[in-house]
Design a protein around this ligand. Structure first.
Ligand SMILES: [Zn+2]
Length: 341
């Protein structure tokens, strides 16, 4: 297995690094904390019916996954009510959990990217904005012909970067752009948005595994991203959720990342074991901390909230302090060109 530079620089061979892994997992949080935490994955926008009063309906992750089918009428309010800008809720949660800064993007829904720009303007020292294209479809149903989304992609990316000051493209549901299943045909259909991000060399995210929304599961297997990553080697690609703890998807994500050095992971929903394997194989300098905080995920508190959960995943992965620094903020600093020192 290829050793990473940071392991070499600390003078540890294979045996040394394993010994430190074991020590790390035993010592857990007694080791020193990170110098900074950047949450690379959060969502803005919530409808009034979901902003208040869901504490008895969503307590666990399972409740959240089942919410759409268990309370179809209540869920459907996100299709009809007007989304509110809820960065105050996000900042309060960040303050409570020691998160210094966050990248943020719209939740799925019919919301303009302007809402993200508004939030960043309100909290310029805390938030960076990512833009989304085609996210309205994720919430409702995918269009039979994705041609309209493709046609609008370049202009939306240009407006997001040049007018709204957004620093990257957030989660792109491939199904919003294509109905193809062959990797080369998918890559052809993604060309409008990939060409646009390639002009600015900004990051773009593709989700892996499952979502709480209907449809599109086929694209959760990231094997097709290999073709896109190969065509655009200068574009940082984030395989969001790195398989989401599902070993089959994780292994596919690892395969794509090992073959393409522009591919990164965020840790949303992963396990400490998968994080450890990924850090060992592709390097902690290609892995980003993220929580997926959103107006609905914030209700999950049992057995723990999304911040506590994702910090625990990192702490229990047995990473060195230096690896943790990369995961907690340095990789985000590099990928999003934030220029923090
Ligand atoms: Zn997300």
């Amino acid at each position: 297995m290829k050793r990473r530079n940071f392991i070499k620089s600390t003078g540890m061979g294979a045996f040394g690094s394993w010994a430190s892994l074991a020590a790390g997992s035993q010592m857990g949080s007694s080791k020193k904390g990170p110098s900074r935490i950047i949450d690379a994955h959060t969502h803005l926008g919530v409808v009034p019916s979901h902003r208040r009063g869901l504490e008895d309906k969503i307590r666990t992750k399972e409740d959240l996954i089942a919410f759409r089918t268990r309370y179809p009428e209540l869920y459907a309010r996100r299709l009809h009510e007007k989304f509110e800008e809820n960065s105050d809720d996000l900042i309060a949660a960040m303050d409570q959990h020691g998160i210094d800064k966050a990248l943020t993007q719209l939740t799925a829904g019919n919301i303009p990217n302007d809402m993200v720009a508004e939030a960043v303007k309100k909290y310029p020292d805390r938030l960076y904005g990512q833009l989304r294209v085609g996210q309205n479809q994720v919430n409702t149903a995918y269009a039979e012909s994705p041609a309209a989304v493709r046609a609008r992609a370049a202009e939306e990316v240009k407006r997001g970067v040049e007018e709204l000051g957004l620093v990257a493209v957030g989660t792109i549901a491939a199904r919003g752009f294509t109905r193809e299943i062959h990797p080369e045909k998918i890559a052809d259909d993604l060309a409008p948005i990939m060409d646009a991000v390639n002009r600015y060399k900004i990051a773009i995210e593709f989700p892996t595994a499952w979502t709480q929304f209907r449809g599109g599961l086929h694209y959760g297997n990231p094997a097709w991203v290999d073709e896109v990553a190969g065509r655009y080697p200068q574009v940082p690609i984030i395989l969001s959720k790195m398989g989401r703890s599902v070993t089959f998807y994780f292994e596919m994500a690892m395969m794509v990342a090992m073959r393409n050095s522009n591919v990164h992971f965020d840790i949303v929903g992963t396990s400490s074991d998968h994080l450890r394997q990924a850090a060992e194989t592709i390097g902690a300098d290609r892995i980003l901390f993220g929580t997926d905080w959103s107006g609905t995920w914030r209700w999950v508190v049992d057995p723990e909230d999304v911040h506590t959960r994702h910090k625990r995943i990192v702490e229990e992965a047995g990473l060195s302090d230096e690896q943790k620094e990369w995961v907690y903020w340095r990789t985000a600093n590099k990928v999003f060109k934030l220029n923090l020192s």
